[in-house]
Design a protein around this ligand. Structure first.
Ligand code: GRG
Length: 291
């Protein structure tokens, strides 16, 4: 997996220019090139590879997805949203470049990503590119990420239109699972695989995304700044609606483990070292068995 992450880092650096006006490109590149786990592009590339598609073909879409993810992190950290001063172990984008540039850097990443897919996906057909851009716009917008974030913010203010359980599921599915779904769906499209395969990977990514958000909520309580690279304990301090606050720590851990086991079962037939490594790492961390 390290090799794949290095390749993603190299391509991200290559795809993202720094040209006039430099302030905006530098702000875009700053958070993008900080050391993230690169889980979404890794999952996109690995899905395509398991289905017979060469890595070269899927790299522009995988890197575009990381740009979308980074956009959501930059905006999430803004004072008008989660107001976080640190991200990936360094000062947040707005702390370095100011609020206006951070808003614009996020906007610029959001629009640069589909431009990159269209310009660099030379080996994909026009139909594949249209399908990928459709997935991207659907999941980034008010049917995906933005919907999740809006309901998350509303719930912090105590405004719940649905039950807390339904609200939490909606937030997790739209704020977090959506980008893992986008990862595998783009991978399947690059590989031109059939509908059954599409649905199988989509179910896998949905369960993984839900597990990952529970993992994130648990880590906010049990981890450290050094491990996460961001301020911890904020969810509890702000009374945020999370899996841990709603169901308790032990139930959250059990739900997380159950979802990870379901992920293993779905993906088992592909014998993917990379997916197994990701699932195992998260599972062991929550179960206190990490090396
Ligand atoms: C799309 C216009 C537009 C807006 C986005 C701000 C926002 C709306 C959504 C926030 C989405 C968000 C930050 C969800 C949290 C998901 C999550 C658990 C992120 C952490 O992911 P990791 O741990 O991070 O993979 P690294 O840094 O390793 O990549």
């Amino acid at each position: 997996m390290k090799e794949l992450i290095n390749l993603i880092d190299k391509k991200l650096n290559e795809y993202m220019p720094v040209c006039y006006p430099e302030d905006i490109f530098k702000a875009m590149k700053y958070t993008l090139m900080l050391p993230g786990k690169r889980l979404r592009p890794v999952m996109c590339i690995e899905t395509a590879r398991l289905l017979g598609c060469e890595t070269e073909k899927v790299l522009p879409a995988a890197c575009a997805l990381e740009m979308l993810h980074v956009q959501s992190l930059i905006h999430d950290d803004l004072p008008c949203m989660d107001n976080d001063d640190f991200r990936r172990g360094k000062p947040s984008n707005h702390k370095v470049f100011g609020e206006a540039n951070a808003v614009l850097a996020g906007d610029a990443l959001l629009t640069f990503a589909p431009q990159l897919i269209i310009e660099k996906s030379k080996e994909l057909s026009s139909e594949q590119i249209v399908r990928i851009i459709h997935e991207y716009t659907k999941f980034a917008g008010a049917y995906g990420l933005i919907a999740g974030q809006v309901v998350d913010i509303e719930s912090e203010g105590g405004k719940l239109v649905k039950s807390p359980e339904e609200t939490l599921d909606f937030i997790h599915l739209n704020k977090t699972a959506v980008l893992f779904r986008l990862a595998v769906r783009m991978g399947v499209i690059c590989a031109n695989a059939d509908k059954n395969t599409f649905d199988k990977f989509d179910t896998f990514a949905t369960k993984f995304g839900l597990a990952f958000q529970i993992y994130d909520d648990i880590m906010d309580e049990i981890s450290s700044f050094e491990e996460l690279g961001k301020t911890i304990g904020k969810d509890k301090a702000t009374g945020k609606l999370t899996y841990v606050s709603l169901y308790g720590m032990e139930n959250a851990k059990n739900k997380f483990r159950g979802l990870i086991k379901e992920c293993y079962d779905i993906i088992e037939e592909y014998h993917s070292e990379i997916f197994n490594e990701i699932l195992e790492k998260l599972y062991k961390r929550i179960s206190g068995e990490e090396e």
